[in-house]
Ligand binder design. Structure first.
Ligand code: FES
Length: 105
Protein backbone atom coordinates (compact mmCIF):
# COMPACT_ATOMS: atom_id res chain seq x y z
CA UNK A 1 0.00 0.00 0.00
CA UNK A 2 1.42 3.39 -0.95
CA UNK A 3 0.27 6.95 -0.40
CA UNK A 4 0.61 9.07 -3.54
CA UNK A 5 -0.15 12.46 -2.02
CA UNK A 6 -2.95 14.49 -0.47
CA UNK A 7 -5.68 15.26 -2.99
CA UNK A 8 -5.21 18.98 -2.23
CA UNK A 9 -1.72 18.72 -3.73
CA UNK A 10 -3.29 18.29 -7.17
CA UNK A 11 -4.93 21.49 -8.37
CA UNK A 12 -8.23 21.42 -10.26
CA UNK A 13 -7.59 20.59 -13.92
CA UNK A 14 -4.02 19.45 -13.23
CA UNK A 15 -2.13 16.18 -13.16
CA UNK A 16 0.73 14.73 -11.13
CA UNK A 17 3.10 11.85 -11.80
CA UNK A 18 4.36 9.29 -9.28
CA UNK A 19 6.84 6.45 -9.14
CA UNK A 20 6.37 3.52 -6.77
CA UNK A 21 9.31 1.15 -7.07
CA UNK A 22 9.34 0.31 -10.80
CA UNK A 23 5.76 1.39 -11.41
CA UNK A 24 4.85 4.79 -12.85
CA UNK A 25 1.41 6.24 -12.17
CA UNK A 26 -0.31 9.57 -12.58
CA UNK A 27 -3.34 11.23 -11.10
CA UNK A 28 -5.67 13.86 -12.55
CA UNK A 29 -8.18 16.07 -10.79
CA UNK A 30 -11.26 17.07 -12.75
CA UNK A 31 -14.36 18.72 -11.23
CA UNK A 32 -12.92 17.88 -7.82
CA UNK A 33 -12.69 14.17 -8.59
CA UNK A 34 -9.45 12.21 -8.68
CA UNK A 35 -8.55 9.65 -11.36
CA UNK A 36 -5.44 7.47 -11.24
CA UNK A 37 -3.88 5.62 -14.17
CA UNK A 38 -0.77 3.64 -14.93
CA UNK A 39 1.66 5.90 -16.79
CA UNK A 40 1.91 3.69 -19.85
CA UNK A 41 0.51 4.55 -23.26
CA UNK A 42 -1.35 1.59 -24.83
CA UNK A 43 0.30 2.48 -28.16
CA UNK A 44 3.94 1.71 -27.30
CA UNK A 45 3.90 1.12 -23.54
CA UNK A 46 5.91 4.27 -22.81
CA UNK A 47 5.26 7.15 -20.44
CA UNK A 48 2.83 9.81 -21.56
CA UNK A 49 3.91 13.15 -20.11
CA UNK A 50 5.65 15.85 -22.13
CA UNK A 51 7.35 17.22 -19.03
CA UNK A 52 7.20 16.40 -15.33
CA UNK A 53 3.59 16.14 -14.12
CA UNK A 54 2.11 17.38 -17.43
CA UNK A 55 -0.30 14.74 -18.75
CA UNK A 56 -3.13 16.88 -20.10
CA UNK A 57 -3.85 18.62 -23.36
CA UNK A 58 -3.81 22.40 -23.72
CA UNK A 59 -7.29 23.00 -22.29
CA UNK A 60 -7.00 20.22 -19.69
CA UNK A 61 -10.02 18.41 -21.11
CA UNK A 62 -8.21 15.20 -22.09
CA UNK A 63 -5.14 13.16 -21.17
CA UNK A 64 -2.64 13.45 -24.01
CA UNK A 65 0.31 11.24 -24.90
CA UNK A 66 3.28 13.42 -25.79
CA UNK A 67 4.76 10.93 -28.26
CA UNK A 68 2.09 10.68 -30.96
CA UNK A 69 -0.71 12.81 -29.54
CA UNK A 70 -3.21 10.12 -28.51
CA UNK A 71 -6.10 11.62 -26.53
CA UNK A 72 -7.74 9.78 -23.63
CA UNK A 73 -10.87 10.61 -21.66
CA UNK A 74 -10.00 11.66 -18.14
CA UNK A 75 -13.01 9.83 -16.70
CA UNK A 76 -12.30 6.31 -17.98
CA UNK A 77 -8.98 6.43 -19.84
CA UNK A 78 -10.43 5.43 -23.21
CA UNK A 79 -8.38 6.57 -26.21
CA UNK A 80 -10.72 8.50 -28.49
CA UNK A 81 -8.15 9.77 -31.00
CA UNK A 82 -4.72 8.61 -32.10
CA UNK A 83 -2.86 5.40 -32.91
CA UNK A 84 -4.36 3.45 -29.99
CA UNK A 85 -7.96 4.60 -30.53
CA UNK A 86 -10.39 2.23 -28.82
CA UNK A 87 -7.79 1.02 -26.30
CA UNK A 88 -7.59 2.35 -22.76
CA UNK A 89 -5.17 3.42 -20.11
CA UNK A 90 -5.01 1.07 -17.13
CA UNK A 91 -7.11 2.49 -14.33
CA UNK A 92 -5.66 2.17 -10.83
CA UNK A 93 -7.98 1.66 -7.87
CA UNK A 94 -7.30 3.89 -4.93
CA UNK A 95 -8.83 4.94 -1.64
CA UNK A 96 -9.19 8.45 -0.28
CA UNK A 97 -8.75 8.51 3.46
CA UNK A 98 -8.58 11.89 5.11
CA UNK A 99 -7.73 13.21 1.66
CA UNK A 100 -4.75 10.91 1.14
CA UNK A 101 -4.73 9.11 -2.23
CA UNK A 102 -3.67 5.55 -1.43
CA UNK A 103 -3.06 2.74 -3.93
CA UNK A 104 -2.49 -0.98 -3.43
CA UNK A 105 0.98 -1.02 -5.02
S1 FES B 1 3.27 6.17 -27.58
FE1 FES B 1 1.48 7.22 -26.97
S2 FES B 1 0.54 7.76 -28.83
FE2 FES B 1 2.30 6.67 -29.45
Amino acid sequence: MSILCHSDEIAEGKSKGFQIAETFLFAVKKHGKIYVYKNSCPHLGIQLEWQDHEFLDIDASMIQCSSHGALFKIEDGECVLGPCQGQSLIKIDFTLEQGMITVQQ
